[in-house]
Ligand binder design. Structure first.
Ligand code: TXA
Ligand code: MG
Length: 342
């Protein structure tokens, strides 16, 4: 467990980055911060190393991994025929929370990364620790979120420790992550491209650059998604989560009814609703309308209920505009699509 200040100069020659890079070159896994969530990295070119990721996370092996690179132009090492639209997105949004699914140049990474697909997911993270680590390792890093499969993604080194202590040799602690929800995943092997997972770069921002895109039907309906990872239950704390979509009076009544039936109720909502919802424990993620704060504190909020005795968690619903789309997607998944409307 190593702590690195992301603001120091010459990070790539920092002893902790050097040690972690040496582990990675030896085929070990290392957890590290990105601007979205902590990732669990391994040398993407080594099958032995990549298998260690699946093992440590308890991740189903049919769920492919994102390859993280340190330079925009490195995308061409792994990708065949990057589309014109994808190239535009690279120029504008990399480094940043946008993952592009492209045609895979076979043999450039282990086929355990792509899990049997002919496509590869690539992104360049916007975090000095992540970039230095990839550079120091001299390898592309395959990295899923550094949580046990099914748990909320980690936004601090402490979360990684909670889930993976004893299962991985190192965590590089670069403080809390920035955005707090995973990257947007966009399939650019088709035209128009298809949004597979909403995230830090919004649909609206993408459309400003390349025109209209489509949205994977699985995102709206929870049926057969094209992104293999989207079919599993995710992001869930121990108590069941239900999203409540309705007026504050109705929410208050739902909470009181549940308490009357013996539940110990947790509420995950804004500063404003936490003042008026009569739950046993309220966890606030941000002020009403401040979706960046709500995204940033979403996973730590969900996790924090595990330290309480709540038996049921109700979560506030948000509009799906902009970043709200990513927030609602993760909340709905944490709730196993249990959404109650007034
Ligand atoms: O922000 C992020 O993307 C974080 C940080 C660590 O970079 N990583 C992350 O990885 O969220 P993970 O493995 O938890 O999610 C990757 C998603 C999964 O839903 C997976 O199915 C999808 O990307 N994916 C990966 N390769 C794909 C491919 N070739 N085609 C379609 N979906 C793919
Ligand atoms: Mg994940």
């Amino acid at each position: 467990y190593y702590v690195v200040d992301k603001h120091v100069n010459n990070l790539s020659t920092h002893p902790i980055i050097e040690q972690s890079a040496a582990l990675l070159r030896n085929g070990e896994v290392v957890a590290f911060p990105t601007e979205t969530v902590y990732g669990l990295g391994a040398d993407a070119t080594s099958t032995v190393a990549v298998e260690r990721i699946y093992e440590a996370k308890g991740r189903p092996s049919d769920n492919p991994l994102i390859v993280h690179i340190a330079k925009q132009e490195d995308v061409h090492t792994f990708v065949d025929n990057l589309s014109e639209k994808a190239q535009k997105l690279v120029n504008i949004f990399w480094p940043g929370p946008l993952t592009l699914v492209c045609n895979w140049k076979k043999g450039t990474v282990s086929d355990r990364v792509t899990a049997g697909l002919s496509t590869i997911a690539v992104r360049m993270p916007e975090h000095p620790v992540a970039i230095s680590l990839i550079e120091a390792a001299g390898k592309p890093l395959a990295a899923p979120s550094a949580n046990r499969s099914g748990k909320p993604s980690p936004t601090s080194a402490q979360h990684v420790l909670e889930d993976l202590n004893g299962r991985i040799p190192a965590i590089v602690d670069g403080g809390e992550t920035g955005f707090g929800v995973e990257s947007t995943v966009l399939d650019t092997t088709v035209d128009p491209p298809i949004l597979l997972r909403p995230g830090g770069v919004t649909q609206e921002e993408i459309e400003q650059v390349i025109g209209e895109i489509r949205v994977d039907a699985g995102l709206a309906t929870s049926e057969a998604p094209r992104s293999p990872g989207m079919k599993y239950t995710h992001y869930a704390p121990e108590a069941p989560v239900t999203v409540l979509d309705g007026s504050i009076e109705w929410i208050q009544k739902m909470v009181l009814d549940a308490k009357e039936n013996g539940a110990i109720v947790g509420w995950l909502g804004t500063k404003e609703t936490c003042k008026v919802v009569p739950a046993d424990i309220c966890v606030e993620t941000g002020a009403e309308g401040d979706l960046f704060s709500i995204a940033k504190n979403l996973y730590s909020g969900l996790r924090s209920f595990n330290e309480t005795n709540v038996t049921t968690i109700f979560a506030q619903s948000y509009s799906k505009n902009g970043v709200g789309y990513a927030v609602m997607n993760r909340l709905e998944k944490a709730a196993g699509h249990q959404i109650l409307s007034e």
